[in-house]
Write a protein that binds this ligand. Sequence first.
Ligand SMILES: *Cc1c(COP(=O)(O)O)cnc(C)c1O
Length: 444
Amino acid sequence: MVEKISLKSLEEREELLRKAGYNLFLIPAEAVFIDLLTDSGTGAMSDEQWSALMKGDESYANARSWFKFYEAVKEITGMEYVLPTHQGRAAENILFSEISRPGVIIPSNNHFDTTRANIEYFGGEAVDLVIEEGKDPKKIHPFKGNIDLNKLEDLLKKNSPNIPLCMCTITNNTGGGQPVSLENIRSASQLCHKYGVKFFLDACRFAENAYFIKKREKGYEKKEIAEIVKEMFSYADGATMSAKKDGLANIGGFLALRDEKTYQQLGNALILKEGFLTYGGLSGRDLEALAVGFKEVLDENYLETRVGQIEYFGEMLKENGVPILEPTGGHAVYLDALEAFSHIKREEFPAQSLTVALYKEGGIRGVEIGSLMFGKKDPDGNFVPSPMELVRLAVPRRVYTESHLRYVAEVAGSIIKQREKHRGFKIVYEPPFLRHFTVRLMAL
Ligand SMILES: *Cc1c(COP(=O)(O)O)cnc(C)c1O
């Protein structure tokens, strides 16, 4: 599929920003020239997926399409029990509605924003335990998404009765799309099991993670991606997934489990919130496209192109003098706004200022992953910044070419050269959860 894109004038872009309260989620997609807001559901489907779509069986229960989806998920996860959902956060909501409550702690390397919000909404505490290297944009480490095993063991020793499960996000989206090694997955799982705690994967980008393992972890160079994927999931008791990522489709997700009792319990919540056990929130044609996507994503040529494009994008940004989080991850390049916009105070959201600048100067849409998304107030009302101030430029799968990304790198480079003209922001409206989606700002 090809789509016409057009660049609005500078005046139009400034007016659109004002109207949107400087929140890029509130800008019409048509007014965006290069849309790097997210890689979630924004990819192009293949010929095979489009033709599978035509075979969608829209029966309510036990449709033919459901069995194709189920077999594909079971093949990847090795898990017997699968609850289909309309996207990842629905799987998280169903899981945490049953297990998160006040007093409960859920550790992870880094919780994704929707995962954290679902845990906190039901009263639990979401704890991030990524290794120290994972918090420093300049530290080079092959697996910056790894969980700090010492911190995990400390937490398990003190609190295991209050920890129903530990999550591990692959790749670690919030921490820069960074991979987690198989060694780390295995050890974290063993630690959890030693303390009677379940181990779950947030598996949105399982194939990209497996590709990094193949390229960077000793002993896996010769293994097939599918084999690595199997081993990753073999250590998990369950998994949540947004299939809008490595499902290569526009909508979908699942919750996979090994244990029948949990499946039955959560199945009731699924029927209440999403739909019957064999379609969740999905139509038969979605299930068809996903069943094909789960196979295509294991193709090493695809993964090499995907991860290679991100790496090349990162190189172009660096050549243009833009500071980025290194090494580049699997699905996005993260600009380091703490360095790029060091003239803006953290409580005035430097990463949001850079996000706004990219749209204003070039019609480019990215997303802030910094103190606007994760900043907090302590009990005394003091501002507590997020560990990093990043702007994520996520690349949709199989959509943009090198020249689109070169344009972005050049615009970003010219912004850095004239950084002083960009100012900070103040919040004028915020909701109680996931504020970045609907927050409104005022330019200072
Ligand atoms: C996208 C994402 C989710 C949530 O999935 P949605 O489909 O957007 O609801 C959860 N975790 C990670 C790591 C993600 O990238």
